[in-house]
Write a protein that binds this ligand. Structure first.
Ligand code: CS2
Length: 482
């Protein structure tokens, strides 16, 4: 079918069909109050929608989206006046045009503009979705050997990394006597604010000790827990949106209807009233982020690796395999729930029920391959913490080791088939995968940590690895069944 020629834009808004929800505020009246690093699909489907809900009454909280390296988002959205379509997937899909991102920059090309925004007094909040690897951590500490961090330490006024930008902006504000912004991580890491703060302070201390002391005393790094399943954009979505809108959106996005955002209420500057858009502001969010990472993302990665080895394509297809679905449910209820602290008002079994229903949602085509990316960054926060605590508490770890062993086989299969591994450790992983040797993986820097030296873990991992061999669909079925 021939695609319609017109492009989504502010001028096209009045021509859209009435069923498409669109900004209920004057786009021209919105001013930038938030700089967001990493305006990828998750940010645009999650935080930007909360902001969009607020702009009619609070037009000072528009977003300047800054991509650190890639120009893709800017180039797709700038010709559309920053507008894009969000498809909310459910029994009935609804479409909504989001206008919260008022400016799009690429740091590597528009560095002066990014630094100028960060120094503006009207910018009171800097948020981040840069994925696990964007934090440049090795374990709990900043990775000083990371090429971007090494670069930024040598040239802190012209940074490349997110940490470098956060600190360069704060340095300028400190020098000019401007109140600091709050730095809010919206990435999927337990204690994300604490990790970010630690990395920022370690970096800043090497740039300027006085600045580091000011940041330590004055800048807030609240933690937050984010949740909404956001499958990557595909051609089917682009076509569906073009058909419904009657114009082209170069980069629409999609997510499930469910969304959750729990934010620690600790800001050092003004903040948008996110609670009016449905977010939960709380003084203590520790526990909620851990529950989400362990109970949703851990099983998600499990489905990704074991499901891929079974030659399945999507999360819902994996959940339709009784052996895999049964394994996931046992893993969640019997192995992961016991690792979670009791939280007031939190019923873990009901949470498991809701997550299983979300995984089964047939309206969502969420590719296992998408979730399988960046295993070296995801496995530690999603599965290895649960394993370490189970060992300390004397609980069994056999089931928990199966997805970790599944990752090893998955990587080995990619290496064998010459398929590119999407992971910051790709080259090392390809070498480990080529040997297929569990010891080579255990020696990976910053992945297994102390577990690599714990024979209870290494024995269980080897057993799980052997149980899955030769990692054919039948072998995986057999391992799940035993
Ligand atoms: C997924 C997450 O891609 C992945 O690794 O596990 O993006 C997941 O969909 C979100 O965390 C859900 O909130």
């Amino acid at each position: 079918m021939k695609a319609p020629a017109a492009r989504l834009s502010a001028a096209a808004l009045p021509t859209l069909p009435a069923t498409v929800i669109r900004p209920n505020y004057d786009l021209a009246a919105v001013r930038v109050g938030i700089v967001h690093l990493g305006p990828g699909a998750f940010h645009r489907a999650h935080q930007a929608v909360y902001v969009d809900d607020l702009l009619a009454e609070h037009p000072d909280w528009g977003i300047c989206g800054v991509s650190l390296h890639s120009a893709g988002v800017r180039d797709a959205l700038r010709p559309q006046d920053g507008l894009y379509t969000l498809a909310l997937l459910g029994e009935q899909t609804s479409l909504r045009v989001i206008g919260a991102i008022r400016e799009l920059l690429v740091a590597s090309e528009d560095q002066a503009a990014v630094l100028a925004r960060l120094a503006e007094p009207a910018v009171k909040l800097v948020t981040l979705t840069i994925t696990e690897k964007g934090y440049c951590l090795a374990g709990e500490d900043i990775d000083l050997a990371h090429p971007d961090i090494a670069h930024d330490l040598a040239a802190p006024q012209t940074p490349r990394s997110a940490i470098g930008y956060v600190v360069a902006g704060l340095r300028e504000r400190h020098a000019r006597g401007i109140a600091p912004y709050t730095v809010l991580s919206c990435d999927n890491l337990a204690g994300n604010g604490h990790r970010l703060r630690r990395a920022v302070l370690q970096y800043a201390a090497r740039v300027d000790a006085e600045l580091a002391a000011w940041i330590e005393a004055e800048v807030a790094f609240p933690c937050s827990m984010v949740d909404s399943i956001t499958p990557a954009t595909d051609d089917a979505l682009r076509q569906r949106v073009a058909d419904a809108l009657g114009c082209v959106d170069a980069w629409p996005i999609q997510r499930e209807a469910y969304t959750q955002w729990v934010i620690e209420d600790r800001f050092c500057n003004e903040r948008p009233p996110f609670e009016r858009a449905g977010a939960t502001l709380s003084h203590d969010i520790a526990g909620y982020d851990r529950a989400k990472l362990r109970l949703l993302n851990g099983p998600h990665s499990t489905l990704a690796y074991l499901g891929s080895l079974m030659e399945l394509e999507t999360v819902s297809a994996a959940m339709a395999e009784p052996l895999l679905a049964g394994f996931i449910e046992r893993l969640m209820r019997q192995d992961i729930v016991p690792s979670l602290p009791a939280l007031p008002g939190f019923d873990p079994q009901a949470y498991v029920d809701a997550i299983l229903a979300r995984f089964r949602n047939p309206a969502i085509r969420h590719l296992l391959a998408q979730i399988a990316w960046d295993g070296s960054q995801k496995i530690p926060v999603r599965l290895l913490g649960t394993i370490a605590e189970a060992l300390t508490a004397g609980r069994p770890i056999e089931r928990l080791c199966l997805p970790v062993a599944g990752w090893l086989h998955f990587v080995a299969r990619q290496a064998r088939n010459g398929v590119a591994i999407v992971d910051p450790l790709a080259d090392t992983l390809a070498r480990c995968g080529a040997t297929g040797d569990v010891d080579a993986f255990l020696a990976l820097d910053g992945v297994f940590g102390a577990l690599a030296g714990d024979t209870r873990f290494t024995t269980a991992l080897r057993a799980a690895h052997a149980a899955l061999a030769p990692a054919t669909p039948d072998a995986v079925r057999h391992a799940l069944d035993s």
